[in-house]
Ligand binder design. Structure first.
Ligand code: 5GP
Length: 205
């Protein structure tokens, strides 16, 4: 638990698969200890090196559909024939405890979160170019050509949603992209609406 609790903010990060979001996010979290992650649920299979409950809660379709029926998701989406979703309870518990919660979600999820939580700040991360994205996806060697082609097509579609986001960050170099995200979060901290408590007594003088 954090002392002197203010409710944490909700931060949406989207960007094409392979853009390097996880690496950038890890760097941001090293610098900003109050920022944490909501671990998503997914029906896709774990990739090499991915751990259950750390990278995702890996569940089967029946379990996921049960959670939908029970209205347990803040948002969920289908991506390449798999479900991905953010549990309401995880987000509520963390923000109530004062943590800023980062959601690494696709553009459908980003749109859903913006509609139910207009206070959320949203950031879209892009690679320096599509050629570079393609190289990164093939370099990962964890998916078939067909899956990679699907992800590249999807990335082109996702770009159409960028104007709905608050901020755009280019992941050319990880420290630079992480630095920009930290600056965005710092600016959010300084909003008058987040700091009204500081002047509460002065206003009522
Ligand atoms: P990947 O399979 O590469 O881990 O993720 C595929 C896509 O699903 C990425 O764009 C990622 O941001 C998105 N994603 C991961 N978790 C969630 C979630 O909880 N909800 C939504 N809507 N998208 C998610």
């Amino acid at each position: 638990m954090l002392k002197n609790i203010r409710k944490g903010q909700l931060v949406v990060i989207s960007g094409p698969s392979g853009v390097g979001k996880s690496t950038v996010i890890a760097e941001v979290r090293r610098e900003r200890k109050t920022l944490t992650f909501s671990v998503s649920y997914t029906t896709r299979l774990p990739r090499q090196g991915e751990e259950d409950h750390v990278h995702y809660h890996f569940v089967d379709r029946a379990e996921f559909e049960q959670m939908i029926a029970e209205d347990k998701f803040l948002e969920y989406a289908t991506y390449e024939n798999n479900y991905y979703g953010t549990a309401k309870r995880d987000v509520e518990q963390l923000t109530e405890a004062g943590y800023d919660v980062l959601l690494d979600i696709d553009v459908q999820g980003g749109a859903s979160v913006r509609s139910v939580r207009p206070d959320a700040v949203s950031i879209f991360v892009i690679p320096p170019s599509f050629g570079e994205l393609s190289r990164r996806l093939y370099g990962r060697k964890s998916e078939s050509t067909e899956v990679i082609q699907g992800r590249l097509r999807r990335a082109r579609e996702e770009y159409k949603e960028i104007p709905n986001y608050d901020y755009l960050v280019v992941n050319d170099q990880v420290p630079k992209a992480a630095g920009e995200i930290l600056a965005i979060l710092k600016a959010q901290d300084c909003r008058v609406s987040a700091r009204l408590d500081m002047i509460k007594e002065d206003i009522s003088l």
